[in-house]
Design a binder for this molecule. Structure first.
Ligand SMILES: [Zn+2]
Length: 224
């Protein structure tokens, strides 16, 4: 078994009841983060992608997926039916279920998360992590697709989730950074300014202030 993974004996899918073996990530070494907070993991990028991917568990039969341990999920009968329906109808799952591309688990977790009424912040986080996996696996078009989805969820989150403190600052910053990566440099600059306002005077956010400075400079150069 590759380093950084351990095997739980069995997992029961909370939607279809299928029992299967699953691997999950134990702690792994990171050497800092990229500007969109993607962990830098020593070794080959595809190994890093595998470790990031192992945060999500996906049922091989019905494609139910979540980052939470399946045992901890308590779904109502209606939720199970709605999720099952959604998974069956999902266009990307229809096309890619067989090929199992590296981002599929996060996509399935997002589909299920919508039915489970996860906050937009969590849905955005799933898409952001999918974009990291795509980058490490050099899946360029899908990287942008997931960045755009993450961006939309985070924007909604800023309106609806009542974020405070670190979560508010980081989410606002990520809206800037994702805009920059998608080529919207002026938009990015505005959001970096907003993010800077949320960290004002908080010494614990010094790392984020440095990142905001650095990325603003970069966006200004790219906008010119
Ligand atoms: Zn299942």
């Amino acid at each position: 078994m590759p380093v950084g993974e351990s095997s739980r004996p069995y997992v029961v899918c909370p939607v279809c009841g299928h029992v299967f073996r699953s691997t999950y990530a134990s702690t792994y070494i990171t050497v800092g983060r990229e500007a969109d907070l993607c962990p830098k993991i020593p070794g080959r990028p595809s190994d890093g992608a595998r470790l990031i991917r192992s945060a999500v568990t996906m049922c091989p039969v019905c494609s139910f997926a979540a980052v939470e341990a399946f045992d901890d999920l308590d779904l109502t009968f209606d939720e199970r039916c709605d999720i099952e329906e959604r998974l069956k109808d999902d266009g990307l799952l229809k096309v890619f279920r067989k090929g199992q591309p590296p981002w599929l688990g996060f996509h399935a977790a997002e589909v299920c998360g919508k039915e489970r009424s996860l906050r937009s912040r969590e849905l955005g986080d799933l898409c952001l992590r999918a974009s990291w996996v795509c980058r490490k696996e050099k899946e360029r078009p899908f990287e942008s697709t997931f960045q755009l989805r993450a961006l939309r969820h985070f924007m909604r989150s800023l309106q609806e989730d009542d974020l405070i403190g670190r979560e508010l600052s980081v989410t606002t910053y990520l809206v800037g950074e994702l805009n920059r990566r998608l080529g919207n440099h002026r938009e990015a600059l505005n959001w970096y300014v907003n993010a800077g306002r949320t960290t004002e005077g908080d010494p614990r956010a010094a790392w984020l202030d440095r990142l905001i400075d650095r990325q603003s400079k970069l966006a200004r150069e790219q906008a010119a």
